[in-house]
Design a protein around this ligand. Structure first.
Ligand code: ADP
Ligand code: MG
Length: 700
């Protein structure tokens, strides 16, 4: 492969600031920049000028079509392509693209889930340009990142509430910053660096597994003799085929301006991770959606399938996503980074408190923001954080907070009783050695890392909740401190109070142990929402609704529709899995076991004909056990069919999701257990589908 010139390649398919600056007139560039940075409305003339240049640039770079690219509630991105062509009077075509087309689109929205929103309001939806996320070219198409709304203004996508949540935290953080005398800050934004895990399997092997193809995960499969117990895959040497894939993937991502930075093997065989350099939350969200899409595409090019499911293989670590999150100002200050002066430290501590309080007050929102049928398999299963949300701060910061809480000397360098605004905090090491991998929400030096996300989750969901919950803490602090006559004293009291009141959410111990579940739920009163069916209904809890409505991140109708759609997704996903299981068992597993039983019986009969001395112990005992298992498989599959039939009749979504949790999933588990046992007793030649070993070690 020719040597890649990365700086030249990087962003070559993105209409980014470099392109804008060089192609747009100074006036147009200046007003667009104001729109991007300060959310100022774009006027029509400017939009026309931008559209014209965007079109020429796109055509020069091989585009023939354009699309409004958006993120409906299905979780995958959607696009509807229109070509630039428009007939000209002389019988030819002109390539046209107006400001109107750039700013607004009207996709046929009727087939996207709306949870009743469009039915109640207005039948059509429209897409609106998000100028803060750059347009890019993909598959000869100019993709314009957009938000997707109904005509009555209800959000039908994940981006709109995300942008609203960013405005909410911007608004409240600026109020707080003003109190510290930071009048020069024009805006505050959150940034995210999402680490993405995935599996790669050979496409030919994958193609033979209907469960992987239809549901993204294996619904059956006995454990191979070698799994991940040797720990030899983590950070191990990357196989040549995988490294070619990674190189190709990096190039594709770089062209799209995505800052793919680190890549390594993960814990499980065939599992890998990609981390980009962090960027503004809405841009990071778009980039992560694109990254997932391009991973799949590039894998196919290399004869592989990229699995983004949270739990493709039972008994093997699943895949997650880590949402590294921080708040920063346009003046370049990371508000989660301890400052150099005492005053900056106090500000840092207040923002830290805002996060602590937010995570405690809205544990349930954070939990449900990562709830999907797939992710339910990981959380609390000793491979990913528990379903209980808590915060890890590390020894140093815990020491500082305890000192403030108890008015005791901080055991740092000066050993003085800390008075905020007077004494400096010690500088925290960013050493990663004491990082607690079992914590769902960890402070890592200058950012928080939310680790409960599933690999296929859109990061929009958890950031909407995180941004808004932190905005709510900040609002309360601003309300209180704006009235204060003695800022420093009141600030100290406030911080002390928050630390004391929210102590229960801080936990540095082992999050995987049973003792923690007991302590968290029984002593601390933290919530432990184990499944999507348990978590999602809390979206409509009064306290949550009130907060999300107050910051104008959701309307009540939007919340109801979202809750319904997420639960519908859960039910549909598991339902398809159940149906796939029945299909595989009836059409493949049972007939395969029967074939093998027949061979065993034939062999026994023949052997006994030849000699009366043979015992046929192997044949007979295997036959007996397999026949028993077959009977159990039959009972379980009939039961599963009954459960699936009953699910069909349920109309209330809360009822059906509880039924999925209580009846359908256990019935599936029962059936699987017997089939997996049969796999261990049946000859590989007769087994109808590739085994776990063949799947996990398929890429060399
Ligand atoms: P680890 O695997 O040890 O958690 P990585 O280096 O793989 O660490 O990933 C860390 C992620 O955090 C990267 O995406 C990085 O860009 C991101 N990150 C670093 N600093 C910040 C910050 N201030 N705000 C948000 N994300 C950050
Ligand atoms: Mg990490």
């Amino acid at each position: 492969m020719a040597k890649t010139n990365v700086p030249e390649l990087f962003g070559s398919l993105v209409f980014d600031e470099r392109v804008m600056r060089s192609r747009l007139s100074d006036d147009v560039y200046a007003s667009l920049k104001k729109t991007i940075d300060e959310n100022v409305r774009l006027d029509e003339k400017v939009a026309d000028a931008v559209a014209e240049e965007m079109k020429s640039w796109a055509i020069e770079n091989g585009a023939t079509h354009y699309t409004h690219w958006f993120q409906p509630l299905t979780g995958v991105t959607a696009e509807k392509h229109d070509s630039f062509i428009s007939p000209s009077p002389d019988g030819g075509v002109l390539m046209e693209f107006s400001g109107k087309e750039l700013i607004k689109g009207e996709p046929d929205a009727s087939s996207f889930p709306s949870g009743g929103l469009r039915a109640t309001f207005e039948a059509r939806g429209y897409t609106a340009w998000d100028p803060t996320s750059f347009a890019f070219i993909k598959d000869h198409t100019l993709c314009i990142p957009t938000a997707f709304c109904s005509y009555s203004g209800e959000a039908l996508d994940k981006k709109t509430p995300l942008l609203r949540s960013m405005q909410a935290i911007n608004r409240q953080a600026k109020r707080v910053l003003k109190l510290f005398g930071n009048d020069d800050v024009k805006y505050v934004r959150t940034s995210v660096g999402p680490e993405q895990e995935y599996f790669l399997v050979d496409r030919e092997v994958w193609n033979k597994r209907p469960d992987l193809k239809y549901t993204g995960r294996t619904l059956f499969g006995a454990m191979p003799p070698k799994g991940q117990e040797m720990d030899d895959h983590y950070f191990g040497v990357i196989k040549p085929r995988v490294s070619e894939f990674m190189e190709d993937l990096n190039n594709e991502l770089w062209k799209l301006g995505i800052l793919a930075k680190t890549e390594h093997n993960e814990v499980a065989p065939a599992q890998h991770e990609l981390a980009p350099i962090y960027s503004t939350t809405n841009v990071a969200t778009d980039s992560n959606q694109l990254t997932m899409e391009i991973m799949k595409k590039v894998a196919a090019r290399h004869g592989m399938e990229c699995l983004l499911h949270e739990k493709p293989f039972a008994g093997v670590n699943g895949s997650g996503k880590h949402n590294n999150w921080s708040i920063g100002t346009d003046t370049g200050v990371n508000l989660l980074s301890p400052g150099k002066t005492p005053y900056e430290n106090a500000q840092f501590l207040l923002f830290l408190c805002a996060v602590i309080q937010a995570v405690d007050d809205y544990q349930d929102l954070l939990r449900l923001s990562v709830a999907t049928a797939g992710n339910d398999h990981r959380l609390g299963a000793n491979e990913a954080p528990p379903a209980i949300i808590s915060i890890f701060l590390g020894d140093e910061l815990t020491g500082v907070l305890n000192a403030i809480k108890n008015d005791t000397p901080y055991a740092g360098a000066e050993k003085v009783v800390m008075k905020l605004g007077v004494h400096s905090l010690p500088s925290f090491s960013r050493d990663t050695t004491d990082r607690n991998r079992t914590s769902p929400f960890a402070f890592t030096g200058n950012k928080f890392e939310f680790r409960s996300l599933g690999s296929s989750n859109s990061i929009a969901c958890c950031n909407i909740m995180l941004n808004t919950a932190v905005a709510e803490s900040l609002r309360q602090y601003a309300d209180e401190l704006e009235k204060s006559e003695n800022f420093e004293d009141d600030l100290h009291k406030l911080i002390k109070r928050v630390i004391t009141d929210h102590q229960r959410i801080l936990f540095d111990g082992n999050g995987y142990g049973d003792e923690w579940v007991k302590e968290a739920t029984e002593v601390r009163g933290l919530s432990n929402l184990k499944t999507t069916a348990d978590a999602m209904p809390h979206l409509l809890d009064e306290k949550n609704k009130e907060m999300l409505l107050a910051h104008k991140v959701f309307t009540e109708a939007e919340l109801k529709s979202r809750c319904e759609i997420m639960l519908e997704n859960y039910v549909k996903t598991v339902n398809i899995e159940g149906l796939t299981m029945v299909d595989m068992v009836r059409k493949n597993y049972l007939p395969a076991i029967e074939r093998y039983l027949y061979r065993l019986a034939e062999t026994t009969k023949l052997m006994r004909e030849v000699s009366s001395n043979v015992k046929c112990n192997y044949e007979v005992s295997t036959m007996e056990r397999l026949s028993e298992i077959t009977d159990s498989v039959l009972v379980s599959v009939v039961k599963l069919e009954e459960v699936l039939a009953e699910l069909k009749d349920k109309e209330d979504i809360f009822e059906s999701s509880a039924y999925v949790r209580d009846e359908l999933l256990p019935a599936m588990e029962d059936l699987r257990k017997f089939v997996d046992e049969a796999e261990m007793l049946t000859s590989q030649k007769d087994w109808p589908f590739p085994s776990y070993g063949q799947l996990l070690f398929s890429v060399n």
